[in-house]
Design a protein around this ligand. Structure first.
Ligand SMILES: *Cc1c(COP(=O)(O)O)cnc(C)c1O
Length: 391
């Protein structure tokens, strides 16, 4: 969503000549951190970079293992590889599509340094359970909060529930500057390390050409921050509207046996929706499959789609022909273990790749009548399931 305010905010930056290192980036960092109840915000170029910054700031590096879910965007796992650490896949829960803390615990070894729970579609992972695992096994928790702008767990925003959390402002996200990201944390030292990493390894109070750590350049521009400051003014109202519309859909679809809703959790006190998701339970559809259901929904004018075709460990990145992945860090002598992703099986993730249906977040900004149209279309297709199977 964009109006004249974004256009004039960007124009103001262009006219000011201050495209970089002005006031807007730090104003946005403070405003967004405040919105998520975090003490510090460190902005950057995108959500992938925010995850990488979080891993570095938590001290994750060569030889370390990081537990991740396989039902997520590639960045959750590739950011781990970027810092020379090893992603280890643990399964998700069928009811929530979020990382299962019990399976994560089973995957802990003496090399495990961190866990990255993803708040998938905006529903927080079980942060009580992950906090408990972190205490018990001395692990860092880095939230992949790239779907959860505005989500609250027991009254507190996501992002600083664990050690730190990464957000994305890429074009498909609920607020956007085309590309952009931020890392949130309540830990001042961690945030300072992230700032240094994002700014060429410069140090607090150090000279401009003095570099203290192996950093990168991940700085956000004033143009991005100007856009995000305007986008942020709409976020609260949009979170509430999406939440109300999703609640309406939950109510309207609850009694259709061929549909399973995503389970909520009473500890979630506000829920962002990057996607409205439900499961297509093929065994109830009299022979019609999910692809036929989508086609019928498209014919009704409802944009439903499938999302990830397979769990991440089935991506060619992890399945090099022959002897398995050979690139560093997977062949790193510091790690000293053999990693072969061809033998990874996460049954829930595999099943959900076959069952899940996605409706995009932007649809949830429509009117209640539009939600009724969606529910009516599902009901109509459900009632026609036998004909559908025959076509
Ligand atoms: C979008 C997304 C990211 C990465 O964000 P970019 O800004 O595109 O780099 C990471 N994790 C998840 C779950 C995402 O959806």
């Amino acid at each position: 969503m964009v109006d004249e305010r974004e256009i004039s905010a960007v124009t103001d930056v262009l006219r000011s000549g201050q495209w970089w290192y002005g006031q807007k980036v730090s104003r946005f960092e403070q405003a967004f951190a405040g919105f998520q109840d975090a003490r510090r915000g460190v902005s950057c170029t995108n959500g992938t970079a925010a995850l990488e910054m979080g891993l570095v700031a938590c001290g994750v590096g060569a030889g370390d293992e990081v537990i991740v879910p396989p039902y997520t965007f590639v960045a959750t796992a590739s950011a781990v590889l970027r810092v020379n650490a090893i992603p280890i896949f643990a399964d998700i829960e069928l009811e929530t599509c979020n990382l299962d803390p019990r399976d994560a615990e089973r995957k802990i070894t003496e090399c495990t340094k961190a866990i990255i729970p993803v708040h998938f579609a905006g529903l927080p992972a079980d942060m009580d359970a992950f906090g408990e695992l972190a205490r018990k096994h001395d692990l860092r928790i880095i939230e992949d909060a790239c779907h959860s702008w505005g989500t609250r767990w027991k009254g507190k925003g996501t992002g600083a529930l664990g050690d730190c959390g990464a957000f994305s402002f890429q074009m498909s996200k609920n607020i956007t500057s085309g590309e952009g990201g931020i890392l949130l944390s309540d830990d001042e030292d961690l945030a300072d390390r992230a700032v240094s990493y994002s700014n060429c390894g410069r140090g607090k109070g150090g000279a401009w050409y003095e570099h203290f750590l192996l950093g990168s350049n991940l700085r956000m521009t004033e143009i991005q921050a100007a856009l995000l400051l305007v986008q942020l003014t709409r976020l609260e109202e949009q979170v509430l509207r999406r939440e109300a519309n999703a609640g309406y859909l939950d109510g309207a679809l609850a009694d259709i046996p061929g549909i399973a809703l995503i389970k909520n959790d009473s500890r979630v006190t506000r829920r962002s929706y990057h996607l409205y998701m439900f499961r297509f339970l093929e065994e109830h559809w009299a022979g019609a499959d999910r692809a036929r259901f989508w086609e019928a929904m498209q014919a009704e004018g409802i944009p439903v789609r499938g999302g990830y075709p397979h769990p991440l460990y089935r991506s060619p990145l992890f399945l090099k022909e022959g002897e398995g992945p050979r690139f560093c860090p997977l062949s790193c002598p510091y790690h000293g273990r053999k990693v072969d992703y061809r033998s990874v099986v996460c049954p829930n993730a595999e099943r959900l790749c076959e069952e899940v249906c996605w409706i995009n977040q932007s649809v949830l900004l429509a009117e209640e009548q539009d939600m009724r149209d969606i529910a009516d279309a599902v009901q109509k297709v459900w009632e026609s399931r036998e004909q559908l199977a025959d076509v």
